[in-house]
Design a protein around this ligand. Structure first.
Ligand SMILES: [Mg+2]
Length: 469
């Protein structure tokens, strides 16, 4: 099972997509927004969330992800016990919102995973809530190269609180699909999983997926039930506009919220798969900047945990994402920043300038260490290479340029930088020029050392019209 180019961006997008859907839906839980109501990350809702605050869906996902980010095996006693302990820690934080089944199980506080699983088996009444599916994202990410391990882990993590055949199947299907999306950048794992398992499980879910793609969400409106929750997520993914480009992620999350009901959960479920398909680079900066929640984390923590999980707990050769500050050996990182030719409140430079404290905001276009900056810090996922390494290139360039404009509208001074400021920095500066109506070629005159990747430059400067703005 090979990982196709861009897999790291997609791995980083899984938890981020979950949280984005969760926080988007949180303000609309139990409501049915009409087609004309704008959907925004506004907070509020029945539990009075702050704008961008994620809820139990992401919190429980992170209780799993903190374990997978160490490289631990979720199917081992130690791994599953660590997840159970994390659920307990979250429960003890007195969360505002907690599902009925989960509350019944975690309220018993029996210590380890085996006991928790037994407690879940003793729950009576309806047991097929969506509470295990909503937190399965990290499972798909942790077993990218191990299909049978993914299915086992999805079953075991789900069964900690949800002893239900359909809930287990849903977790296995979605975890597989998330892994396949990270590997290949497609949604093929949703149907592909059913081809793998066959039999009555495949028959059941094939009918449900067909219904989700073709029917109205009123046909599967009891989305507190795991089956209808998965159908609502798949309905939103397959029926949203912007199919085939990075804007699909936000469009599908908004549509999931419009379906109504358990909006934070259906959008979190959709978000895990959308983030896996489109990557962290497809999650708009305006959303990333707002995201926060238990256990005191923000968007860049989600990226870090996602990457570590997909890499079996290891950093890359630079020490990213765990090292406090990265050392770009052999690179000219110390260049003095220069002013943008069309906006003298925007500066263009290299890596070292990000740490000087001379700017209100820092827009980073390269890998950064874990150490927080003094300045307001916004990161964009750009690889110093061409189209193939940047599948969402035009989206990212526009998202960065828009973000710079918003910062400037609030009077902030902004540093835009990459490692050396030779390729990605002039490219984003060129896109910003176009947003301002200036000539992108002036950027190259202002930065005589610039030597942008020709593909980056042609898209950023608007020479390449195949890439819509
Ligand atoms: Mg929730």
């Amino acid at each position: 099972m090979t990982r196709q180019p861009g897999w790291a961006d997609r791995a980083a997008g899984v938890l981020l997509g979950t949280a984005a859907g969760d926080a988007l839906g949180a303000g609309y839980e139990f409501s049915y927004p009409g087609p004309d109501l704008p959907i925004g990350m506004i907070g509020g809702g029945p539990f009075d969330w702050a704008p961008g605050e994620w809820t139990d869906d992401t919190a429980m996902t992170l209780a799993v992800a903190r374990v997978t980010a160490t490289g631990a095996d979720l199917t081992s006693t130690a791994g599953l016990d660590a997840v159970a302990a994390g659920f307990g820690e979250w429960f003890d934080s007195h969360p505002k919102d907690i599902g009925n089944q989960t509350r019944q199980v975690l309220g018993v506080r029996d210590g380890n995973a085996a006991a928790m699983t037994r407690t879940a088996q003793q729950v009576t009444g309806r047991k097929g809530g969506n509470g295990s599916l909503m937190r399965t994202a990290a499972v798909g990410l942790a077993y990218l190269d191990d299909g049978p391990g993914c299915a086992r882990a999805a079953q075991m993590v789900g069964a900690l609180t949800h002893d239900d055949e359909r809930a287990v199947q849903a977790c296995q299907l979605w975890s597989h699909a998330i892994g396949q999306a990270v590997r290949t950048g497609t949604f093929s794992g949703v149907r592909g999983y059913l081809d793998l398992v066959g039999g009555p499980v495949a028959d059941f879910w094939t009918r449900r997926l067909d219904e989700a793609q073709s029917a109205d969400p009123q046909s599967f409106s009891k989305n507190g039930w795991v089956v209808h929750a998965l159908q609502t997520a798949w309905w939103a993914i397959t029926n949203a506009g912007e199919q085939g480009n990075a804007r699909h992620l936000a469009a599908a999350l908004e549509l999931a919220v419009r379906a109504g009901g358990d909006t934070d959960t259906t959008a979190a479920i959709a978000g895990a798969l959308l983030g896996a398909r489109w990557g962290a680079s497809a999650v708009p900066a305006a959303w990333r900047r707002l995201l926060h929640g238990w256990p005191g984390m923000s968007a860049r923590d989600l990226v870090r945990l996602g990457l570590l999980t997909a890499r079996g707990g290891r950093d890359d050769q630079l020490g990213w994402p765990s090292a406090p500050r990265l050392r770009y050996e052999g690179c000219d990182t110390g260049r003095e920043p220069v002013r943008h030719p069309h906006d003298d409140g925007v500066w263009l430079g290299g890596y070292d300038a990000a740490f000087g404290g001379d700017f209100d905001a820092v827009v980073s276009l390269c890998r950064m260490g874990a150490e927080p900056l003094v300045a307001d810090h916004i990161e964009f996922w750009l690889v110093d290479d061409g189209w193939a390494a940047n599948p969402n290139l035009s989206f990212v360039l526009n998202d960065a340029a828009r973000t710079i404009r918003e910062l400037r509208a609030r009077g902030r001074t902004v540093l835009v930088h990459s490692v050396e400021g030779r390729s990605r920095t002039p490219s984003v500066a060129a896109r910003y020029s176009r947003h301002l109506g200036g000539d992108p070629r002036d950027v190259l005159a202002a930065m005589p050392w610039a030597d942008p990747n020709p593909q980056l430059w042609s898209v950023a400067s608007g020479q390449d019209r195949r890439y819509a703005d």
